[in-house]
Design a protein around this ligand. Structure first.
Ligand SMILES: [Zn+2]
Length: 308
């Protein structure tokens, strides 16, 4: 009998690096976490990542096929080079080759949102799908899509970047410097900006004072607060445009909703998404379904590439 085969997924975020030892079914059998300390530079971060990989590989009760890494930035997937990761301050870092050398395992690197979709295709909601779009809705918004069951990178690794697609006529300034981006409305940052922009119109709102966080804005909308509902209406308007664009441009069979805020808003996103298909897409594109992400963490999603 051959030993069980595992992969190690690594999710490098701005503040922490998360590790998961994953089996072929996408179950995390062991996990680990370290501070990123990006200010110490890429060499220190890569050494920390290698240390975490060696730790989990050493504890694994079987062979490890390789390492899959998710990074928040533009990545050349074929060469394993991080072209640009603003949160980490990285430009042109050959992460794949360096981590492979330091950890002694074959290593694949991809954009973190692409890794989420890769995980859903291999382990989660999109198993068996060919054409899939994913929206990762959290503090910001990321997107990815797959054709023929494979995640598409694009010319510089930014394919599917729906968050910074300018779509809204009122053109709120986005933190990326463009105006009217999806993320400026449909994200934690977007909800907070919306409250700041509209609170003078709703002096009796629960959110009229202070600096409410996104989860408080969602709770206020649940409680029927007028300001929160107005901000939510803008967010859902942005979502309906995203759904129509995905449906008409990409013709996916499924849209996967991922991210903490995506989960919190799921009932609203599902209802508004179905309405968008009815009202903003042509009949041929309406057959797509919505699904919630099933993969338990970004590190597990990142591991998928190591099994490919
Ligand atoms: Zn933007």
């Amino acid at each position: 009998m051959s030993a069980p085969e595992y992969a190690i997924g690594v999710d490098i975020g701005g503040t922490k690096i998360a590790f998961a030892l994953v089996d072929r079914g996408g179950r995390a059998l062991d996990t680990h976490q370290l501070a990123t300390n990006a200010a110490n530079g890429p060499d220190a971060v890569i050494e920390a990542a290698a240390e975490g990989v060696r730790l989990l590989a050493g504890r694994a009760l079987g062979t490890v096929a390789g390492v899959g890494v998710g990074v928040p930035g533009f990545v050349d997937f074929e060469r394993g080079i991080v072209r640009n990761a603003v949160n980490l301050g990285w430009v042109e870092i050959p992460l794949g080759a360096r981590l492979a050398a330091a950890a002694g395992l074959p290593t694949r690197v991809q954009n973190d949102v692409n890794a989420l979709l890769d995980g859903e295709l291999r382990f989660g909601a999109a198993r068996g799908c060919q054409a899939v779009a994913l929206a990762a809705i959290g503090t910001g918004v990321g997107g990815a899509f797959a054709f023929e069951g494979k995640v598409v990178s694009g010319a510089v690794g930014s394919a599917g970047e729906i968050g910074h697609t300018p779509i809204m006529p009122s053109r709120r300034l986005c933190r990326c410097g463009l105006r009217g981006c999806v993320e400026a409305y449909l994200s934690g940052v977007g909800l907070v900006s919306g409250v700041a922009e509209h609170r003078a119109e709703y002096p009796n709102s629960l959110l009229a004072q202070g600096e409410p966080a996104a989860r408080e804005i969602v709770a206020a909308a649940d409680a029927g607060d007028d300001l929160a509902l107005a901000v939510m209406a803008d967010a859902l308007e942005a979502w309906q445009t995203v759904v129509a664009v995905y449906a008409m441009l990409l013709n996916p069979e499924q849209i996967v909703i991922s991210g903490g805020l995506g989960r919190a808003l799921a009932p609203r996103l599902l209802e508004a998404g179905r309405q968008a298909l009815e009202e903003r897409a042509l009949p041929f594109a309406r057959g797509l379904t919505f699904a919630l992400a099933e993969v338990q963490s970004p590190a597990v999603g990142a591991a998928a590439a190591a099994f490919a």
